[in-house]
Design a protein around this ligand. Structure first.
Ligand code: KIV
Length: 272
């Protein structure tokens, strides 16, 4: 079904809920710096996620655990300076919200005040319900994140598909319904069976944004470095590569290095 797109000048949490009820799919991508965010925003992506995946793709860590709140604020403020239309959602990093609701609120307030982001995202369901409620009570919009939650990688032990068993699938549905009930504006579902993701999307009225969760949800998110093919070591089944920037950039940079060595660059026109 093709859907007439409404021309949103600025995306808000309300716009996203409206998109879901109008059957318009939501596009979301990560960005961590000014230049990339400007391109993503100009291209018309609805939501920019300043993901804690910055820990992997920007800093080269193996997991998302090491990135700090200060580093997330630095990335988010660079993104916010570039954006005119998209909603900017910022991940609360590992260790900035798990101890208690007050800590979760303090960290969220720092993100909102110091970066200018528009909303925060947290990983988890009923275990962090009180923290989410506290953040929401302060007027800060919250996006949930269920399924594969990379901050718990050492508990899971693997990045494989989550909620294949009935018990985990049922908990995931309950968690998604709880997130809607307490006032979250959207939820990310990462790496779960497509049938389960559809069931969740059909059972709640807030948008469900999938990554590795099939096409029957309300929107999709990818890590920008992955979809641009900047990283050729990560090839999960759910990833569609739109470019092979790793190859293109290596070629261009290799050519530049060769041109410098051969004194081909700069030529007469490229100097004063
Ligand atoms: O940090 C991130 O990039 C994310 C997405 C994978 C949803 O949380």
């Amino acid at each position: 079904m093709s859907v007439a797109k409404k021309d949103y000048k600025r995306i808000t949490t309300k716009s996203l809920i409206e998109m879901k009820s109008n059957g318009e799919k939501i596009s979301m991508l990560t960005a961590y710096d000014y230049t990339m965010a400007k391109i993503v925003d100009t291209a018309g992506v609805d939501v920019i996620l300043v993901g804690d995946s910055a820990s992997n793709v920007m800093a080269g860590h193996e997991t998302t655990l090491p990135i700090t709140l200060d580093q997330m604020i630095y990335h988010a403020s660079s993104v916010v300076r570039a954006v005119e239309r998209a909603l900017v959602v910022v991940d609360l990093p590992f260790g900035s919200y798990q101890s208690d609701p007050k800590e979760a609120l303090r960290s969220s307030i720092r993100i909102m005040k110091e970066s200018g982001g528009h909303a925060v995202k947290l990983e988890g369901g009923k275990e962090i319900k009180e923290s989410i409620k506290k953040i929401l009570h302060a007027g800060i919009p919250v996006m949930g994140h269920l399924g594969l939650t990379p901050q718990s990688i050492y508990k899971f032990g693997t990045y494989s598909v989550r909620a294949k068993e009935e018990e985990e699938a049922e908990k995931l549905i309950e968690d998604a319904q709880m997130l809607e009930k307490i006032g979250c504006f959207a939820v990310v579902l990462e790496k779960i069976p497509a049938d389960l993701a559809k069931k969740v999307a059909d059972s709640i009225s807030i948008p469900v944004i999938g990554i590795g969760a099939g096409g029957a949800v309300d929107g999709q998110v990818l890590v920008i470095h992955d979809m641009l093919g900047m990283n050729n070591e990560f090839s999960p089944r759910f990833l569609r590569r739109y470019l092979n920037l790793y190859e293109e950039m290596t070629k261009a940079i290799g050519q530049y290095a060769a041109d410098v060595k051969s004194s081909d660059f700069p030529n007469e026109k490229e100097q004063y």
